[in-house]
Write a protein that binds this ligand. Structure first.
Ligand code: ADP
Ligand code: MG
Length: 385
């Protein structure tokens, strides 16, 4: 019998919610560096100005926790002494609590309300926003003394182990550590990072949401990860020092090509090339060479489409559609793939015209509404008392 009890509608005693802690927990975009984080590579994400908002209060109980999602109009309660897996979103919450308990942090009963501006399952990482926001809020509510990197790591672990999604560290890192008006450039092996000013001049970052959710195809994500790990194991037989694709050069990959299946070779080629593109993108952005950066975005998409095979027809349609538009400098699918959003670097004064054109075209092609979001680089998790 499950000890997790779900309920519909806001509980009566949540109606006048006197919160002790509030947390603004952002979603994230990734400019370039897709599927590189779990290969110890490089990424260029940032938190955005679309967030999940949390309110927390202690509820006087030793062990009763109650969470309510305004997005879903539902909540659930669980017992700190009887941690077990639930279903769907429950696991992001209980997973984080479980990690805190495993770290021997003392929690007691709490209530929490969340309200979100983030589309779910669209590649803006509502999941990381949920995990890091919860961890950050409980850290403040119970004065657990965790630093931001600890919060990032335990949130990722919760998603890996409790949800069963083998994501890398990028999403949680971006959601928690970002700086307003900057892009993170993160080395996912050493966790060293620097900030690049998000100066897009006459351009903006426009997200186009296919409204095709990737959530049912997470196994595609995990299997891509498996392909990379399998390739590394094969290369390790001759080169034991190779711990991940980060240690594989283009030359070594060519040398090992015959040991790998065609599919493994394509996956690895993509990852090596994408890491190189991140380095080049960082330089291009620092130097204000937006057209150059845009070309790298297109190349990233091509690799994701043909070598890594994580795109889908809706994403490809949107990227293709932008190709002959001179006012769009670059476009690519963003996030794990199989749906979600494209990210587009587009001249600001062309956004409205472009949307008027692309929305009906997308609707006609797929019978699905296309949503758009202007994403601005924003601060990582903000905890307020
Ligand atoms: P993404 O992170 O790209 O949005 P994921 O599939 O990784 O997509 O995570 C989405 C999941 O996170 C949802 O299916 C749900 O379980 C949880 N989630 C996201 N936002 C909310 C919310 N506002 N309320 C409750 N759960 C949420
Ligand atoms: Mg996610």
């Amino acid at each position: 019998m499950s000890h997790i009890h779900s309920f519909e509608g806001l509980p009566v005693d949540f109606q006048d919610f006197q919160s002790e802690i509030q947390v603004d927990s952002p979603g994230r975009i990734n400019l370039i560096g897709e599927h590189t984080d779990y290969n110890d590579g490089f990424v260029m994400p940032t938190a955005i100005d679309k967030k999940i908002y949390f309110e927390f209060r202690r509820n006087g109980s030793d062990h009763l926790c109650r969470i309510y999602s305004k997005t879903f109009g539902r909540g659930f309660e669980f017992d700190l002494r009887k941690i077990e897996k639930g279903i769907g979103w429950e696991n992001y919450i209980i997973g984080v609590v479980n990690e805190l308990l495993l770290l021997d942090r003392k929690l007691s009963g709490f209530d929490c309300i969340i309200e979100s501006q983030l589309p779910v399952g669209s590649g803006l990482s509502s999941s990381a926003a949920l995990e890091c926001g919860l961890a950050g809020g409980l850290n403040a509510l119970f004065q657990l003394g965790l630093d931001r990197i600890e919060i990032v790591k335990l949130s990722q672990k919760a998603e890996n182990q409790f949800v069963g999604m083998n994501c890398g560290i990028m999403d949680q890192f971006a959601s928690a550590i970002s700086k307003k008006d900057h892009i993170l450039k993160l080395d996912c092996r050493s966790l060293e990072y620097d900030f690049i000013p998000a100066d897009f001049k006459n351009c903006q970052l426009l997200l186009l949401n296919t409204n095709v959710s990737h959530t049912h195809t997470d196994s595609g994500y995990n299997s891509r990860r498996q392909d990379c790990e399998d390739a590394v194991s094969i290369i390790q037989q001759q080169y034991p020092a190779v711990a991940s694709l980060r240690d594989v050069s283009f030359e070594l990959l060519e040398e090992q090509k015959n040991q790998l299946s065609e599919r493994q070779y394509q996956r690895c080629s993509y990852v090596l090339e994408e890491n190189k593109r991140v380095q080049e993108s960082a330089i291009a952005l620092k130097e204000g060479k937006l057209r150059e950066f845009g070309k790298l975005m297109y190349l990233s998409h091509e690799g994701l489409q043909h070598q890594y095979e994580v795109s889908c027809k809706e994403l490809d349609f949107l990227v293709d559609y932008s190709h002959d538009k001179d006012f769009i400098y670059g476009s690519r699918m963003m996030g794990g793939g199989f749906g979600g959003c494209t990210i587009n670097l587009i001249e600001t004064d062309q956004v409205e015209n472009f949307l008027q054109e692309v929305k009906p075209a997308y609707k006609e092609a797929f019978g699905i509404e296309l949503d758009s979001i202007i994403a601005n680089a924003d601060e990582g998790t903000i905890v307020k008392k």
